[in-house]
Design a protein around this ligand. Structure first.
Ligand code: PGA
Length: 261
């Protein structure tokens, strides 16, 4: 079973995850972080920036791999995930820009960009801690329902609900790209620790399916059940459709504190 932690709000989740990342970086100064975009991980990045801000933690060797990128946005587009990762993660945390990779969504080279990205992750020794959000459709990364549980980084077609959800970042819904390049579910499962975050009622069905549903490509989030070290951190609203909630609370309350998440 994935560990499931219910927290009061996004800030509490961000604090938990930031503490885990700080402890990872202390153990391994060239740790490899798997970076999600979207609204969900922002509290984690802010909490991490606060912890690093004092200058007591050297993060110059920390490496990062983003989960996904749109295909076909012009270089430098403010909503490209390269730009988002630079703005929300690399700059506020003071990471070394050359050590943080994002899949290359340039249509001219996208045919081999997935294989190149897989190679780069392997060469880095794999991802130590992968931060994940989940879409209303159940996607992790941009692996929409039906994605192979063994998939690696490749081009995918976004579903219309996902394009509609992401339209808030663009001038008009039609501007949301149709295609993306995303780490596969198989890629994500190779990371050493998965941390899946979800907040709000709109994520409750996806979280219930991911944590308690059958493992199925129809609910990509359910792949986290295949991983030996997954931590799912949710607020009360996102937890509201879980059947075994009282047990998850009980297990968390009685967890030895030395274990961390
Ligand atoms: P969100 O997106 O964090 O903006 O809700 C999550 C996702 O689509 O994976």
């Amino acid at each position: 079973m994935a560990e499931l932690v219910v927290v009061s709000d996004e800030q509490a989740a961000g604090a938990l995850v930031a503490d885990a990342i700080v402890s990872l970086i202390r153990r391994k100064p060239d740790a490899v972080l798997g970076l999600a975009t979207g609204s969900t991980p922002l509290a984690t990045y802010r909490a991490l920036a606060d912890r690093i801000g004092g200058g007591t933690l050297d993060v110059r060797g920390v490496r990062g791999f983003a989960l996904d990128e749109y295909v076909g946005l012009p270089a430098g587009h403010p909503e490209s995930y390269r730009a988002v990762i630079t703005r929300e993660v690399v700059e506020p945390l003071g990471l070394t820009p050359e050590l943080v990779r994002v899949p290359n969504g340039d249509p001219a080279t996208v045919e081999h960009a997935g294989a190149d990205y897989e190679q780069a992750i392997l060469a880095a020794g794999g991802v130590d801690l992968q931060i994940l959000g989940i879409g209303r459709t159940g996607h992790i990364g941009f692996n929409e329902p039906g994605s192979s549980l063994a998939s690696l980084t490749r081009v995918k077609t976004l579903t219309e609900p996902t394009r509609a959800d992401n339209a808030r970042f663009f001038d008009s819904p039609e501007d949301v790209p149709m295609h993306c390049i995303t780490q596969g579910i198989g890629t994500i499962l190779r990371a050493r620790h998965l941390v899946l975050l979800a907040f709000g009622e709109a994520k409750a069905d996806a979280i219930a399916a991911a944590v308690e549903g059958p493992v199925t490509a129809s609910q990509p989030g359910s792949a986290v059940q295949l991983h030996p070290h997954t931590t799912v951190i949710v607020d009360e609203a996102a937890a509201s459709k879980l059947e075994n909630l009282s047990y998850y609370r009980h297990a968390w309350l009685n967890k030895p504190s030395w274990q961390g998440i």
